[in-house]
Design a binder for this molecule. Structure first.
Ligand code: URA
Ligand code: SF4
Length: 207
């Protein structure tokens, strides 16, 4: 069911006329990964290489993202990767509010279809979807629950390419994704009886 919905979204995105970015794109980039991914990564928008190939995070930022996943012990197969806007903004300019709004229905449907345990926002634009008005430099790397789901806001991997001092911060933040996933999975488990529950005789000792 969720796989079909993801394919349906991808089919609609590939011919989508809903904002001006459709006029300049080469290929739309719907996103890719497992329909049952536990972790969903949301970037900003396709860059030069992504626009050419129709795949997310395949350029330099994507290489760094692969390294980050490796450091954190997370496999590509465990994640779904997409962006706030599915078509490349010309010259990699910031996506406009009306473009983000026009594209948000696709992202919402992808989130609903995958129902990931953890969402990682990469950069300011996807952060704003979950933490409106927040400042990335104060909340990066801090997992928070938003509408019952764990969301970890992170700097965009491209920030680590432009600013070498940010690299170790991003690497450390990313390791928290694996921790957040373990925590989310623990919280999702049904409550186990506490050890005391099977030892009523011990309780009687303390009257
Ligand atoms: N940067 C993004 O935000 N997304 C991509 O897919 C590639 C680079
Ligand atoms: Fe459609 Fe989104 Fe591409 Fe705009 S960016 S044309 S809304 S798929």
């Amino acid at each position: 069911m969720s796989k079909e919905e993801l394919e349906q979204v991808a089919a609609e995105v590939s011919v989508c006329p809903k904002c001006n970015l459709c006029k300049t794109r080469t290929k739309a980039v719907p996103g890719e990964g497992s329909a049952s991914a536990a972790i969903m990564l949301i970037g900003e928008g396709p860059g030069y290489h992504e626009d050419k190939q129709g795949r997310p995070f395949v350029g330099a930022a994507g290489q760094f993202l692969d390294e980050l996943l490796q450091h954190a012990g997370v496999k590509r197969a465990e994640v779904f990767i997409t962006n706030v806007v599915k078509c490349r903004p010309p010259n990699n300019r910031d996506p406009l509010p009306e473009e983000i709004a026009a594209c948000s229905g696709y992202l919402d449907r992808q989130i609903a279809a995958i129902n990931p345990q953890v969402i990682v926002t990469l950069g300011r634009f996807s952060m704003q979807k979950f933490f409106p008005g927040a400042n990335i430099s104060s909340i990066h790397g801090k997992a928070r629950k938003v509408n019952g789901r764990v969301v970890v806001p992170m700097y965009h991997p491209a920030a680590g390419l432009h600013d070498i001092q940010k690299r170790p911060i991003i690497v450390e933040d990313f390791k928290k994704v694996a921790v957040a996933l373990a925590e989310a999975q623990r919280m999702a488990e049904p409550e186990k009886p506490k050890p005391d529950d099977d030892q009523p005789q011990q309780l009687s000792l303390f009257g």
